[in-house]
Design a protein around this ligand. Structure first.
Ligand SMILES: [Zn+2]
Length: 473
């Protein structure tokens, strides 16, 4: 995600043996009915127990319940709520109407977890299969899951397997700052039916067919962390290629869509050359109603439809960088948000350094982040004694302002200081090694740090000083 707003808000079963390489698999048949705001689905999912713990219970995140009336953890902060709830209050939720393969119940701190006890425990190296039916009421909100004024964003709508945290499934609540979604990779086979007036931008590669008043998309996405779609009756579409990969831009009112598409293709090519190959078969950027500038999904980037024109290439560059730092190389976005956001922010500035025609320079972006961080530190040190550590769970940030400055600005400055200290050759060798060695994983901070520390002994100290909040900027 990118946060462009600098608002001064201190808010406060069947069991079977598995091959280790066989991916988890979600197969979904989905129908969207705008008149009732419902997305109904049947999902069959196969998961492999790659842990050394017997699974007595299998857990899923139920993200749509964050939008329900009475939710404890709201999906947007008070500052953003009036803009995103463009019709006033609106609610959504998920009802899981049947589960085959186990006994299910709603659980979690905020009705955010589906617990399923499989019909037999799932031992290490075995698989388990569940078939579920569910209905999502889609709220009227311009957010990751919501019916907006011009588009329908359908992300985090299905029960998704919780990430494994070493000794159990991780349970995350929704947070109004940051991206609380931590998923392993899986293959998706999705059939999606909706009124034929809609065009759909989505994760994966697919086909569209029409039957009377309905259109059906059949989409395959392999080795991805999530599956998201954006639907609209108003999209225009432009296409190009980068590195032999088809790149599509679905847009609404962009005054210069060709320029936005070029920013997508150029940044995709630039990162492929700088960090390592783009591994997916296609890439789509979609303009949509969204409060925070942009949002990343595998093979799909959302950019907000209210961005000032001059900001669009930078947002596209940031979101495209997430195809590396999030999609291909995963990290724990809930506890270590700086890891992918800092790299994405730094990567976008690097891209601008090589493409001055977009009107932004690396030096200027760095200076903006340094100034923003110093201003934040000055205010924060007076009010809270200085909240400077970057490593913290999303729920432990005091609000959007602290999150923006500690994760994005300080994250960018961290990678800049490493670059300056290590020099170009060693620094970029470390970044490339991180991308190559941890593709497809959820890489820990220690895995990232070791790629740098093995090339420059002082790198570990720099990371620690930033992450623990001890350095002066
Ligand atoms: Zn981001």
């Amino acid at each position: 995600m990118v946060v462009l707003v600098f608002a001064m808000l201190l808010v406060s079963p069947g069991l079977a043996a598995c091959g280790a390489e066989t991916p988890d698999r979600y197969t979904m048949a989905l129908i969207y009915q705008p008149e009732t705001r419902t997305l109904s689905g049947e999902m069959t999912a196969v998961f492999y127990n790659r842990t050394d713990t017997v699974w007595e219970t299998v857990k899923f995140q139920l993200w749509p319940n964050a939008f329900r009336e009475g939710a404890k953890y709201l999906p947007v902060s008070e500052a953003y709520a009036p803009a995103v709830y463009y019709k006033g209050a609106s609610f959504g939720e998920i009802s899981v109407t049947s589960v085959d393969g186990g006994e299910a119940r709603i659980a979690g701190e905020d009705e955010n977890i589906l617990e399923v006890v499989p019909s037999a425990p799932v031992y290490p190296d075995e698989s388990v299969t569940f078939t579920m039916t569910f209905t999502v009421i889609v709220p009227e909100i311009e957010h990751r899951l919501g019916i907006g004024e011009k588009t329908v964003n359908l992300a985090h709508f299905y029960p998704v397997l919780c990430a494994w945290g070493g000794d159990g499934f991780c349970e995350h609540v929704y947070t109004c700052c940051g991206d609380p979604f931590v998923n392993g990779t899986a293959d998706y086979d999705v059939t999606f039916t909706l009124p034929a007036e809609y065009h759909v931008a989505h994760t994966g590669a697919g086909t569209r067919s029409e039957d009377g008043e309905l259109a059906t998309y059949h989409v395959i996405a392999e080795d991805v962390r999530d599956f998201a779609m954006v639907c609209s009756e108003q999209f225009s579409v432009l296409s190009a290629e980068a590195e032999g990969i088809p790149v599509t831009y679905c847009y609404l009112d962009d005054a210069d869509p060709a320029r936005t598409l070029v920013a997508a293709t150029q940044s995709l090519s630039y990162y492929a050359e700088t960090f390592g190959t783009y591994e997916y078969p296609s890439y789509t950027v979609v303009e949509t109603g969204f409060p925070y500038g942009g949002m990343e999904y595998p093979m799909l980037s959302l950019i907000a439809d209210d961005l000032p024109s001059q900001d669009i290439p930078l947002v596209v560059a940031h979101e495209t960088a997430h195809q590396w730092w999030y999609a291909m190389i995963g990290s724990d976005q809930y506890h270590e948000a700086w890891q992918d956001e800092g790299l994405a922010e730094f990567s976008a500035a690097l891209f601008m350094e090589s493409y001055p025609e977009y009107g932004r320079t690396y030096a200027e972006l760095l200076s903006e982040s340094e100034n923003a961080y110093r201003a934040y530190y000055s205010v924060s040190s007076q009010l809270t004694g200085g909240e400077t550590a970057m490593r913290r769970a999303l729920v432990d940030f005091t609000g959007d302002y602290a999150y923006r400055n500690l994760v994005y600005d300080k994250g960018f400055i961290l990678f800049d200081r490493l670059r300056q200290t290590m020099g170009e050759t060693r620094f970029f060798a470390a970044v490339k090694e991180y991308a190559r060695a941890h593709k497809g994983t959820i890489a820990s901070p220690e895995m990232l740090i070791s790629c740098f520390a093995s090339r420059a002994p002082q790198a570990e100290g720099i990371f620690n000083a930033f992450l623990d909040g001890l350095c002066v900027i």
